[in-house]
Ligand binder design. Structure first.
Ligand code: 5AD
Ligand code: SF4
Length: 369
């Protein structure tokens, strides 16, 4: 079990608490931390340390992004997938999934609706669907960019060749999300059957960054058999890679997968991981994920207070939305959908945040490139 004390209060004596606080403070100050100390933090932290960690994470988020929460419009445009990730409900071998894919026209229609609602970032997410070869994706990217001049486009379509990523970048795609899922080779191989490979996933991420995408990695919290040692690898990888975005959500079990019966990640585990990543990559765009909203009604709002600063709302056509069920019970209506933006707005205003509908690039992006 990861972060085994994270739901407990007062388990650490004053001496241990002081040591842990020092580690957290050093991380917030950008100091090099030995692996052993970071592991000690993971193995020992309880709610008391989490509260301190969040306090510092919030200060950092505030320094870069103030109270802004960047809004994204999510379009799940295909649920066909050639892969068989052991945790995922739309894996190829799940024959119970009713499969769909949208045409270019349908996708642009969704974007129009999103644009009218005020969104300026579109996230096109899909399974690894061979139908969407480079020609088709390039055509879609160009179509969107011709229609809307002041938007950012994010793709999340999995692993592709270096050349393919270049084609997508040259066509005008700005950002790319590819969660690394875990930086531990052992765990990666437990989560992904062959021929998926840890080395290829890492290579893809390096290539995306090299071409100039704002690149997002990320991982699931409490994925089956994950240990604190595995988590440690994630934090070290993230610190070195310095992604522009990092998606962190709980693992949520899906019964039509080989991982049926495994335990979901918890809200406190996710709070801890998000806050720690905020310290390691101070200017990162960190979403409050839908998976979190699925395990806890106020999950998204809670994690904004841990350092997250992005919310993605679903704008896929309603009739197919339920078919993009990567985990069981995935919420996609009400305040999860683009049309529910006013619901979200009042929820986040209540806790002192402001909705920001601008393009919302990572801070420092224009200065550096
Ligand atoms: N629980 C939580 N997250 C999941 N994902 C896929 N399946 C699950 C699950 N059962 C996440 C993966 C993937 C992203 C699109 O969704 O991290 O990268
Ligand atoms: Fe396909 Fe992505 Fe699900 Fe893996 S996680 S099976 S690549 S949709």
């Amino acid at each position: 079990m990861i972060l085994k004390n994270i739901d407990k209060v007062d388990v650490n004596d004053q001496n241990v608490h002081t040591q842990l606080k020092k580690i957290i403070k050093d991380l917030a100050d950008g100091k090099e931390i030995e692996k052993e100390k970071l592991l000690f933090l993971l193995k020992t932290s309880s709610v008391n340390e989490l509260v301190y960690l969040e306090e510092l994470a919030n200060e950092i988020r505030e320094k870069y992004y103030q109270k802004k929460v960047y809004m994204r419009c999510l379009i799940e445009f295909t649920n066909y997938c050639s892969k068989n990730c052991n945790y995922c409900g739309i894996r190829n071998k799940n024959l119970e999934v009713s499969r769909y894919r949208y045409s270019k026209e349908e996708i642009i229609e969704c974007c129009k609706e999103g644009y009218e609602l005020g969104f300026r970032t579109f996230v096109l997410q899909g399974g690894e669907d061979p139908y969407f070869n480079d020609d088709r994706l390039v055509d879609i990217i160009k179509g969107i960019k011709e229609e809307f001049h002041d938007v950012a486009l994010t793709l999340s379509v999995g692993e592709r060749s270096k050349e393919s990523y270049k084609n997508l970048y040259d066509a005008g795609c700005d950002r790319f999300l590819l969660r690394h899922e875990t930086a531990s080779k052992r765990l990666y191989e437990h989560l992904h059957p062959k021929p998926m490979s840890f080395e290829n996933r890492m290579e893809c991420l390096r290539n995306l960054k090299e071409w100039g995408f704002q690149t997002g990695c990320g991982f699931m919290v409490n994925s089956p058999s994950q240990t604190d040692e595995d988590l440690l690898e994630d934090f070290i990888f993230i610190q070195n890679f310095q992604p522009e975005m990092c998606g962190i959500g709980p693992y949520v079990c899906h019964s039509k997968t080989p991982f049926k019966g495994n335990e979901n990640g918890t809200i406190n585990q996710v709070r801890f991981c998000v806050a720690l990543v905020r310290l390691l990559v101070p200017n990162a765009l960190l979403p409050a994920t839908t998976a979190l909203a699925t395990i806890d009604n106020s999950g998204r709002e809670i994690v904004l207070k841990s350092g997250a600063n992005v919310i993605m709302l679903n704008l896929s056509p309603k009739d197919t939305r339920k078919d993009y069920e990567i985990y069981e019970g995935k919420v996609s209506f009400g305040d999860e959908e683009a049309h529910g933006k006013y619901l979200v707005e009042s929820k986040i205003n209540e806790i002192g945040f402001e909705m920001d509908m601008e393009i919302g690039n990572v801070k420092g992006w224009n200065d550096v490139y």
